[in-house]
Design a protein around this ligand. Structure first.
Ligand SMILES: [Fe+2]
Length: 336
């Protein structure tokens, strides 16, 4: 173990191979303590692949895979919860409706809504390739959104499912599969050149992993409610800035339908989620769970944008480096 902690590459290998469950707890703690590290990135990528496998092949109960994955998920989520900052909800808030009003203000005030990525959209400061890279990362979570709603619906009371299934009905194009949201996204993605696996950032994986933790595996319905409600409430304001940029680029309305639909309906979804969940958040403990999940989800969403901005700046720096070396060669040739 001591040998491992001094060798970063070995730790990444342990996460990737998942062969040493005994070492895993310590490595996970180190990874989650530094969310900018390669180790954290390897952890998110590994979890992402487990999650995608779960979505396509199930929980594998009674197999080695099922057993190992359950242990891994449990360790990671345990450490995540341990390292979370405390939920600070004003002591005077004891009424659930009052709590939801307070929470909605917190969601609207969250830094994700004014992320620096939106300045690139506002200033029309994005190349076609940068848009493709953005859309490719965005698509990873977009494609699977409906699955979290479906999975979460298993753990909520019958009455609350009505709201979730209305949301799913919208996700699937209100009865017209061609209009299902993942289908609406593809023309835009294809127009910019399509998605590539190498585009995907650890932060993009982390958002999917966070949704899975909160909606598929959490200890109580309050987590999915807080996380998904916060996402739905905050996304329209973010997407409006993306949509305005796409329109200024001259893209046609049919191609932008995915963004148009979400600017119109997600805010209502967010309100609907909190209204449907209101009867099931009664105590201060419940409030804390909802709040923690909401902030965790918005931080993960902000992380996706951080990763995209970092990627854009890295690509720009590489491009500048290449141009500078071409200029140097040109100058040398002229001198010669
Ligand atoms: Fe959608």
């Amino acid at each position: 173990m001591n040998q491992l902690t001094s060798k970063p590459q070995s730790k990444v290998d342990v996460i990737k191979s998942l062969g040493h469950i005994g070492d895993f707890d310590i490595i996970v703690r180190e990874a989650i303590s530094n969310k900018k590290s390669a180790l954290w990135g390897a952890l998110q990528e590994t979890l992402f692949h487990l999650n995608v496998k779960l979505m396509s092949e199930g929980f594998a109960l009674g197999t080695k895979r099922g057993e190992l994955e359950w242990k891994i998920r449990s360790i990671v989520e345990g450490v995540e919860n341990e390292l979370l900052s405390k939920a600070e909800i004003p002591v005077q808030i004891t009424d659930p409706a009052e709590f939801i009003t307070w929470l909605k203000t917190k969601i609207h005030e969250h830094p994700v809504n004014n992320h620096e990525l939106f300045k690139y959209f506002d200033n029309d400061d994005l190349s076609s390739e940068e848009i493709r890279y953005f859309l490719s990362n965005y698509r990873v979570n977009m494609q699977r959104f409906h699955l979290h709603v479906a999975a979460y619906s298993l753990f909520v009371p019958f009455q609350m499912r009505e709201e979730l299934y209305e949301n799913l009905y919208d996700e699937f194009g209100q009865g017209d599969f061609e209009q299902a949201h993942p289908n609406l996204y593809e023309p835009l993605m294809d127009y910019f050149g399509g998605a590539r696996e190498e585009d995907w950032n650890p932060e993009t994986f982390h958002l999917l992993n966070t949704k899975m933790a909160l909606c598929w595996f959490a200890d109580g319905l309050q987590y999915g409610l807080g996380g998904m409600g916060a996402l739905e409430l905050s996304i329209p304001a973010q997407q409006r800035r993306m949509l305005a940029h796409f329109r200024r680029r001259g893209l046609t309305e049919p191609m932008l339908k995915y963004f148009v639909v979400h600017c119109e309906c997600d805010e209502a979804h967010g309100d609907g989620w909190f209204a449907a969940g209101l009867p099931y958040i009664k105590t201060r403990e419940d409030f804390k769970k909802v709040y923690i999940a909401a902030m965790r989800m918005l931080a993960a969403r902000a992380g996706v944008y951080d990763g995209i901005v970092r990627g854009i700046l890295k690509r720009r720096a590489e491009m500048k480096g290449r141009h500078a070396s071409v200029d140097r060669v040109d100058q040398q040739e002229q001198v010669a």
